[in-house]
Design a protein around this ligand. Sequence first.
Ligand SMILES: [Zn+2]
Length: 136
Amino acid sequence: MSESFSAGKEVLSYCGKCKLSLGHIIVSMKDANTLGKVQCNTCDATHMYKDPASKTKKVKTASTRKSKRSVSVGELWTTLIGKASGQAISYSIKSTFIVGDMIDHKKFGPGIVQTLIDDKIEVLFQHEVKLLVHGK
Ligand SMILES: [Zn+2]
């Protein structure tokens, strides 16, 4: 240590009130080499010595934002189409489909059979879910 601190001497400390590194008068020492309380020359506030070099506040990275996001039809479709294997079956009212089948609809394009409801199938297309008749 080249410098020695003692009560009554001036030191540069970060002031929480002024939000600046300013000259402070040492009020008390923790021990011979550790600064204790300091008084701000500018606002007269007495507080613990804060090293100006370490004044940068650690920004909390953890966001409080709740990720309560619902998956859109488009996202679900993309996921399912990505997982689907095999050829898309051209949709026809005469064909019979099962859950998981990838179908190719003339009007709506590729879709995945989601649910079977009696003689109907619920199909997830890129932009909407459609109820189609099958097995006729
Ligand atoms: Zn101050």
